[in-house]
Design a protein around this ligand. Sequence first.
Ligand SMILES: CC(C)(COP(=O)(O)OP(=O)(O)OC[C@H]1O[C@@H](n2cnc3c(N)ncnc32)[C@H](O)[C@@H]1OP(=O)(O)O)[C@@H](O)C(=O)NCCC(=O)NCCS
Length: 191
Amino acid sequence: MLTRVRVRLRAKRTEDVAQDYAWGQDRELCELEAAIPISIPFSDYQRLFAMELRQEPKGCVRFSIETSNGEHIGNCMCYQMDEGKGEAEVGILIGNRAYWDDGYGVEAIDLLLEHVFTTTSLDKVYLHTLTWNYRAQRCFAKCGFMPCKEEPRWGRRFLVMELDRRRWEVGRYKEDPPPQQEGGSNQVAGD
Ligand SMILES: CC(C)(COP(=O)(O)OP(=O)(O)OC[C@H]1O[C@@H](n2cnc3c(N)ncnc32)[C@H](O)[C@@H]1OP(=O)(O)O)[C@@H](O)C(=O)NCCC(=O)NCCS
């Protein structure tokens, strides 16, 4: 269990299946994630879900996002983990809209990054987000991700954002301005 003040990441559980199925069928959420809404019957989804609980897909680690009082509000994951290239992709969904725009996404991604950069030797994480998904982009930027290129995929345009270990460690992305030096500017050497 990975914990912050308002958010924790925990392993997926059997009890998550109904909620994940509902989010997976939600057209607006799927549109934001560029995903295809789930169309298989619940019983089939349940079977696949149970299989993935028993055996996590290779190169993939998934978490449920919970509030501090245990409410399951979303999911996040690190996948396509490629030790050769030293990189992996990350993804997040806050499925419960009541928690949007209140900093839960930033806290959850911060925890995921801490997990990735402290338990693996990966040097870089990246993600794809739709070019018009400004909420997601703002959230990722607040966690340190930098936009690096646009990429077409499945007939849509995605923004690729990246964060490397050094940038994460140094924490230069933090938005707090450096302390103002007397009589000087806010410029940081080497910036
Ligand atoms: C994207 C998502 C993970 C972000 O989580 P969140 O908890 O809502 O995000 P946060 O509150 O931590 O940060 C969102 C930021 O975007 C800002 N924002 C919201 N709408 C915005 C818009 N249209 N334009 C620019 N910024 C916007 C918020 O004000 C906030 O910034 P602030 O804290 O500086 O005010 C979550 O909203 C979500 O899962 N949405 C649905 C699925 C999705 O889009 N997933 C990402 C796919 S790549």
